[in-house]
Design a binder for this molecule. Structure first.
Ligand code: KIV
Ligand code: ZN
Length: 511
């Protein structure tokens, strides 16, 4: 029987720690649902002690999915952290408590001010405490990649004796290189007497762009759990990208000799969902899920592909659920053909949702001649990605042109009390029409944010392609992202900016 590698997804915990990527509870639930459908083995749903919101989110994910997939909560080596995780996971059939404590000399001296013996003592005490709540306990010696090897072996051995069922070896700062990391895992396998009683796990950050390579080197050395995130989201340069790990293991099964439980045709859909919710764009040439991942430009490649796809393609696009630029439907396509295409694209929509997406499709087909698969996916995302947004764009009008001052009038609806929504109108001038619309919205909401990044790109091919706008704003010392799609790029920009503002105001306590 082939060995299986456990895929531990930490998009909702480490991924959410990316600047500007905080998510609301319905957004977390939506991502958790997608992760369950993707087939991940463990979902790290959050860090319950961090805030009441984090606690509630872990609890909600656990309640909804804790009988289908293992749900994990993170805890420092502190009693109150562990009790909080246990509380959030109470009653589910597949809980896991993940306890961590830094072990590297730098962390021991400057952050923890603890001696080696104290680290070992605390590890044992807290792993035992976690085991008193749950049979499935993971221990992580934080910054393991910069920890003295013999001390690392000692801590890991003691953690396993205390009851850890998974020992995770984090490269917290992305310092490792593949050969180095291979040796670390191999050393642990050779030197830790009870290593056979636990699963060895990896958790690699991407500061040197090596997170995926390091994780795979660890698998080669015998690790059987990989911690990763969708689109490689995570602190700083991010974590190892789930889609890359999974497809490397699948494509090079001849070399690694292991498998995962991942339903790979859902990879691209899950990537799009995470990108839409967090507002973090996926770069065009990103491996596996980027728009260009399966595009062949050079004539010689195209010629080879026509003879035999395997000349230049190591994976089939359908195996990752890649949606290309096929022109599929037009204005006269019926509801039946539309439903069939939606199903072929891998979506299951109930009748009410399908009707809404179909109505949007007819409206879009009126505006643009060719409707591509990517357009349909954008319409589905718009209707299915739940976002609880207080402010809604009702209408806007802009005046812009050479020799005129760009102006915008905007109407927003305040849904703070959904039973009695109130509309507000205002106007502003700006450096350009997009700036004017954003300023008018800020005037209505009563906030001023700083635009940090702004990008517009085409969703599909053709001159009449829909525009996808992505913005990053800074507000009250934090970053927020927003992303939206429309045939009108000013509308897409306004909607993306409003999404980011909605996130910002929902997190900022009222004065
Ligand atoms: O990067 C890290 O060390 C972590 C631990 C909490 C596992 O995220
Ligand atoms: Zn991490």
């Amino acid at each position: 029987m082939t060995d299986t590698v456990t895929i531990f997804d930490t998009t909702l915990r480490d991924g959410e720690q990316s600047p500007g990527c905080s998510m609301t509870m319905p957004e977390k639930l939506k991502i958790a649902e997608a992760l369950v459908e993707l087939g991940v083995d463990v979902i790290e749903a959050g860090f319950p002690i961090a805030s009441p919101g984090d606690f509630e989110a872990v609890r909600a994910v656990a309640q909804k999915f804790g009988d289908r997939t293992t749900i994990c909560g993170l805890a420092r080596c502190r009693r109150e952290d562990i009790e909080r995780v246990a509380e959030a996971l109470r009653g589910i059939s597949k809980p896991r408590i993940h306890v961590f404590l830094a072990t590297s000399p730098i962390h021991r001296e400057f952050k923890l001010k603890m001696a080696e013996a104290e680290i070992v003592k605390s590890t044992v005490e807290h792993v035992q405490l976690a085991r008193s709540f749950c049979d499935n306990v993971e221990f992580s010696p934080e910054d393991a990649a910069r920890t003295e090897l013999d001390f690392l072996c000692e801590v890991v051995e003691k953690a396993i004796s205390a009851g850890a069922t998974t020992v995770n070896i984090p490269d917290t700062v992305g310092y490792a290189t593949p050969n180095h990391y291979f040796k670390v895992i191999s050393y642990l396998k050779q030197q830790v007497s009870n290593i056979g009683q636990a699963v060895i796990s990896t958790h690699c950050h991407n500061d040197l762009g090596l997170a995926v390579a390091n994780s795979l080197a660890a698998v080669e050395a015998g690790a059987r759990q990989v911690e990763c995130t969708i689109n490689g989201l995570g602190e700083r340069a991010g974590n190892a990208a789930l889609e890359e790990i999974v497809m490397a293991i699948k494509t090079r099964k001849d070399f690694y000799g292991v498998e995962t439980h991942i339903n790979t045709p859902r990879l691209c859909g899950t990537s799009r969902l995470v990108s839409s919710i967090t507002g973090m764009l996926v770069q065009r040439n990103k491996a596996i899920v980027g728009q260009n991942a399966f595009a062949h430009e050079a004539g010689i490649h195209q010629h080879g592909m026509l003879q035999n796809r395997s000349t230049y393609e190591i994976m089939r696009s359908e195996d990752v659920g890649f949606v290309g630029e096929n022109m599929v439907l037009g204005k006269h396509s019926g509801r039946h053909a539309f439903r069939a295409r939606v199903t072929e694209l891998g979506y299951t929509l109930d009748d009410a949702k399908l009707q809404k997406v179909f109505d949007d499709f007819i409206a879009l087909a009126d505006k643009k001649k060719n409707v591509y698969d990517a357009d349909i996916v954008a319409l589905i995302d718009k209707q299915t990605i739940v976002s609880v947004e207080r402010w809604k764009l009702v209408q806007f009008h802009i005046g812009a042109g050479t020799g005129t001052i760009p102006t915008a009038t905007v109407e927003l609806r305040d849904d703070a009390n959904p039973e009695a929504p109130v509309s507000f109108r205002d106007a502003a001038i700006g450096d350009g029409p997009v700036d004017a619309v954003c300023k008018a919205m800020e005037r209505i909401i009563g906030v001023t944010a700083e635009l940090k990044d702004y990008q517009v790109r085409a969703v599909s091919g053709g001159e009449d392609a829909q525009g996808e706008a992505s913005v990053e704003i800074a507000f009250a010392g934090r970053r927020y992202h927003g992303k939206a799609v429309s045939t009108d790029i000013i509308e897409a920009s306004a909607l993306a900016y409003l999404k980011a503002l909605n996130k910002a105001v929902s997190e900022t306590p009222k004065a």
